[in-house]
Design a protein around this ligand. Sequence first.
Ligand SMILES: [Zn+2]
Ligand SMILES: [Zn+2]
Length: 256
Amino acid sequence: MNLTALPAFTDNYIWMLDDGTSAVVVDPGEAAPVQAALDARRLALAAILVTHHHGDHVGGVDALRSRLKGPVYGPRREQIPTPYVALDDGDAVEVLDQRFEVIEVPGHTAGHIAYFHAGREGAPILFCGDTLFSGGCGRLFEGTPEQMHRSLSRLAALPGDSRVCCAHEYTLSNLKFARAVEPDNAALARYSADCEALRADNRPTLPSSIAVEREVNPFLRCDQSAIVRSATRHGAASTAGSDVFAALRRWKNDFR
Ligand SMILES: [Zn+2]
Ligand SMILES: [Zn+2]
């Protein structure tokens, strides 16, 4: 199986998984990059997976239907271009003979879902949309800090070698914030240098892995004492994980 990040708009990635004959794409915000990739590699489009309703994730769905050989899948509790197969937490979908489990991860939007493939020959794969980013997380447009903290905790509990396929290249700005939160984290300093080299070369910093995110992403480290101290200085109501998370998220909203 080949896993490819197709750049779209200014900083989106449309993830494509293919077996050499057929492909599935995730969150096609625009159709043109998908059509170009399918044509270049002579792939059929077997299915579309959608994580949430934002336009930069669903804008290309209808234009791709004419060449789509299978369903569009998406979260039940959101407005996704119809027709689509509505999914709930705990559901599973079979695409390209691979099983993906549905994990409901509300916070960025109210019904956001992620897709997790446990992996057979390769490492597991997580398509997490705008919930978990490398070094950061999505903004809370529709959910509460408690919901997002719980959603991220579920993703953090996945196997460490899971490939984290996020929908945006926000890594460098996220890591700048992460270093402000946790200046003495050596793993974070090393990872930042690696990602800066990749971006200088115009290469994606993704996929990341759950193991890396557990080491560098402050939003997955709300129980670490250095992070609790930083969050307390920035108004955390208590040292409880969801309060630490809420303070970090507010701080990040205004961080430049
Ligand atoms: Zn979004
Ligand atoms: Zn987005």
